[in-house]
Design a protein around this ligand. Sequence first.
Ligand SMILES: O=C(CO)[C@@H](O)[C@H](O)COP(=O)(O)O
Length: 218
Amino acid sequence: MSKIAPSILSANFSQLGNEIAEVEAAGADYIHVDVMDGHFVPNITIGPLIVKAIRPVTTLPLDVHLMIDNPDQYIDIFAESGADIITVHYEACTHLHRTIMAIKEKGVKAGLVINPATPVEMIRPIMHELDLLLFMTVNPGFGGQAFIPEVLDQIKQADQWRKDMQLDLEFEVDGGIVPKTAALCKEAGIDVFVSGSYIFGKADRKQAIDALREAIRD
Ligand SMILES: O=C(CO)[C@@H](O)[C@H](O)COP(=O)(O)O
């Protein structure tokens, strides 16, 4: 079944625990945590201290998206802080296979993410090692940007490979996800829908999650 992962980047940080509890009660499946370092992307956000602080407030998996250079240096601390999935950028990894193995050795799920302009062919050789493949449908760094539709063809191509290889691998999408774009992504093969400003921008988070769920219904 499709999953919804609210991105706390658009939450009210002064009320973070309550915000997470609210989306959990509203039916979210994962909590998506955007970690940005001011180098790989121009913005600076959350570190392992926040992951550790939110770990006890939810039973949902923490889906930690590292938008950072040298992600290898931070795998241990994010895993020990409570991440359930750690996702690294193809564009930030010099020895990608080593990095994916290091995540798995920590006993957490291994995710890989590609930017909209990265050719999807680059990730084919490592797909069988992944638990999650994330497609950015905006350039990473900020919430509230417009969906880039060209990524849909990349998703469709990777979905064909996933079928050919019979992989148990979740596909996730992130950036500009609202009911209309979520429906397009679902059709292309996406299982997990990250959404930030759409969900946290609505006073009624349950209504927003319900609307997304309706758009991606099987
Ligand atoms: O990783 C990112 C941005 O880099 C995302 O997780 C955003 O937080 C998504 O926000 P919306 O596009 O849904 O507002």
